[in-house]
Design a protein around this ligand. Sequence first.
Ligand code: FAD
Length: 428
Amino acid sequence: MVNKVVVFWFRRDLRLEDNVGLYNALKSKSKVLPVFIFDEEILESLPKDDARVSFIYQTLSVLDETLKTEGSSLLVKKGNPIEVWKELLLTFNITAVYANKDYEPYAIKRDTKVKEFLKSNSIDFYSYKDQVVFEEDEVVKNDGLPYTIYTPYKNKWLQNFNAEVDLKEFAITFSDFHKLTTVLPSLESIGFNESPIKVKPYNLSSLQNYDEVRDFPFIDKTSYLSPYFRFGLVSARKMVQFALKTNAIFLNELIWREFFMQILFHFPKVVTNNFKQKYDVVPWRNNEAEFKKWCKGETGYPMVDAGMRQLNKTGYMHNRVRMITAGFLCKHLLIDWRWGEAYFAEKLLDYELSANNGNWQWAAGTGCDAAPYFRVFNPEAQLKKFDKDLLYIRKWVEDFDELTYPQPMVEHKLARERAIATYKKALN
Ligand code: FAD
């Protein structure tokens, strides 16, 4: 068999720079074989032109090209991870596998299985913190229990933070990659077509006054980092470093990201259940025809419709409008947050289980640090406050000025009273 190698297994860390697992693999004495596995179990449920798969594929192509200029290449496989590992073990003389930790319930299960399989073949599996600055047990209450409220979590995060230690850079050397000349399989051979929906480049150039502009969807000056975070094209450490120099409110958002990640890790039940169990009795109306109107952006509330249409067309929605559309579904229509969460999961380019679930539960009032049930956004008041010149609305709701534009599907005052009464009755 060929010379001994160690594998670096790329997952949601698709970058060569400042990558902790890759850095450690390259520091080992053996040459590093870079591998990516398209996991069949995840791909199965996705449409054939899924924009996230196209984005991942395009990113892998760039990684592969860069590795090729250094005499290596990226080995890309598709299948059930254990089956792929069996095949890799037959082809290469692998002594260890390096990866970065992933905190989602499915990934934890997968990694446990792979670790056991590798162990039974006398191969070590090393995994590293890379996705976050602080992982699950590093920012906890004095009694060791996880925080469930953001502000004290953030305070402890900042208290624990030491830039010199926590933002140390992990620079890599190319000379230690295994020589390899594989050809990247085509997207079609993986079972997918290129999506017409593309991920926008991220933009860090206008975040100095992030706190002043972030709430206005027509200004559209947030970072657009979210898909890059999701698939690890950017380093969380580098972004925190940037935020420290740029804007404290922007840093707060990066801490929200880590907050929801640790919530999902410590409370995996949130994937299917309310964080606050007492909300289990809320009798959702779950009207399917109303849900369809919401999905299509035909509610007659322009701020809600603009958001849903932006999402359907681009795979993105501005954060302020995510809050408004989610609140509208849960409160005005009394539709179970899980329906909305699933729809966002299908459409969002930046779909992240922890953030999506955490924010949906926030909107529904069922979450750990949620909006109280009696706070019901008024979509018209939100419009006046955040898009008073109707610039965002006119961009996404083409028929806004036409007679055919629908009338509001529910009257705000009645819907608000119905929501509060329903929640109140259920919770008492
Ligand atoms: P910026 O405002 O530039 O923020 C920078 C980064 O901070 C983001 O990229 C993200 O990583 C993080 N961040 C910002 N706000 C939040 C937040 N409220 N919670 C957690 N992290 C945050 N974000 C996702 O990444 N994936 C999701 O699936 C997702 N679903 C959401 C669902 C709902 C109902 C709501 C209200 C919010 C959701 N968010 C989600 C959070 C937020 O809307 C997006 O992170 C943000 O709009 C992405 O755009 P940006 O990168 O330009 O954000």
